[in-house]
Design a protein around this ligand. Structure first.
Ligand SMILES: [Zn+2]
Length: 389
């Protein structure tokens, strides 16, 4: 019997997701092949979370599921903006799957904010396809923490963004700080040997990153910028292909990008990437908060105002494990009530009403919290176990 990863190669699937508020189109962009498979080797046919989208790889011959993953996208966040009511835009998305032994079918599904399917694409992939271009790169890499072999551990690449050649020593130090901060939080602390963190020193021709709100534009390897969707603190990159091109020679399954700036901000997208400012005094809590999004699919527990008031609905239970609409509270932390200060507090997921969280404070709520709340800790631990046992 052959396992789905028997090829020890990765198939990279590049897509364009486009559309507007209530409309999405998925188009295949390109297929790439990368030597090695750094993804998980257990629970291949299962999903840890529903996510805002899903990918399923099935054997073409008998329909057997070979691999599944769930994810969220910047495109779907954009669909909730004012701009999306006015025009159609497209966004890059990249996914990694184990190279199948034989012809397989990939299904990509995107869900709307009520969890209903909004778009589907099915297409064949053939491991012998002559048009699948190899991807490789040879970036400067330093091991920051190695808990064990690639096959057994969760491999995280920490990527430099906006650091010039002469600033690379600063980046290695920033990468070590990021890992130290993550490992100062439970459950990462007690499960640290299940992770590998490698720093990837991409050199930038200019120092810093783009801050359009201040009229600052920088030429950087990942073209990241603040003011995403006109939100000053929202720091993202739209260039997913450039990001994955740069990482092709590194074993990786999760990504943390450090931006060489002291301008406050960040972003974290489930199973896509974390991107955060490295030189603001809140760097240490923020990088862990964003990794909570990108690694564990946790929701924000804060609610400054109700600008995203159509994000969660009373008749839909969110898939994020640390918030609830009480529609299906049994599926959340009901069994933890009364233990370790866990209760049900209204306010979370950007909404002051109609969404509840488990604790007064948490790394997913404020930068001053002592750590993750027990609800988030359990969700993170479950995700770590999903990858490693
Ligand atoms: Zn929490």
């Amino acid at each position: 019997m052959l396992a789905a990863y028997s090829q020890e190669r990765t198939m990279r699937l590049d897509y364009s997701f486009s559309g507007r508020t209530s409309e999405a189109v998925i188009a295949l962009d390109e297929l790439r092949v990368i030597e090695g498979w750094a993804g998980r080797r257990v629970h291949l046919k299962e999903l840890p979370l529903k996510g805002n989208g899903q990918l399923t790889l099935r054997a073409a011959q008998n329909g057997e599921v070979l691999y599944r993953m769930s994810f969220s996208t910047l495109f779907q966040e954009w669909q909730n903006t004012e701009e999306a009511t006015q025009l159609r835009r497209s966004f890059e998305n990249v996914f990694l799957v184990p190279m199948p032994d034989d012809t397989a079918v990939v299904t990509i599904e995107l869900f709307d904010s009520k969890g209903n399917i909004q778009a589907v694409l099915n297409h064949y992939v053939n491991p012998g396809d002559i048009l699948v271009r190899p991807a490789s790169s040879n970036p400067a890499v330093k091991d920051i923490y190695i808990g064990g072999p690639v096959e057994k551990c969760i491999d995280v690449a920490i990527v430099a963004e906006g650091y010039t050649k002469s600033e690379m020593d600063v980046f290695w130090k920033d990468a070590r700080e990021a890992v130290k901060s993550i490992f100062s939080h439970e459950p990462f602390k007690r499960m640290k040997e299940r992770f590998n963190f490698r720093a990837v020193g991409l050199e930038s021709s200019q120092s810093g990153v783009s801050i359009p709100g201040k009229g600052v534009w920088k030429d950087t390897p990942l073209h990241s910028s603040f003011d995403t969707f006109y939100s000053a603190r929202y720091l993202t990159t739209l260039k997913l292909k450039d990001l994955h091109d740069a990482l092709a020679g590194v074993p990786y399954e999760h990504i943390i990008i450090l931006a060489n700036t002291d301008n406050y901000g960040g972003g974290g997208i489930y199973n896509s990437y974390t991107l955060t400012t490295a030189h603001h005094h809140q760097f240490r809590p923020v990088v862990v908060h964003e990794f909570g999004h990108s690694f564990a699919g946790l929701a924000d527990e804060y609610y400054y105002d109700d600008q995203f008031s159509d994000y969660y609905f009373p008749e839909v239970e969110p898939w994020e494990q640390n918030i609830t609409t009480m529609f299906d509270f049994d599926s959340k932390w009901k069994d933890m009530l009364g233990r370790d200060g866990v209760s049900v507090l209204e306010g979370g997921g950007y909404m002051s009403k109609g969404v509840w969280r488990g604790c007064e404070d948490c790394r997913m709520k404020t930068n001053t919290a002592a750590g993750f709340c027990p609800v988030c800790q359990r969700a993170i631990e479950r995700m770590i176990r999903f990858y490693t046992e």
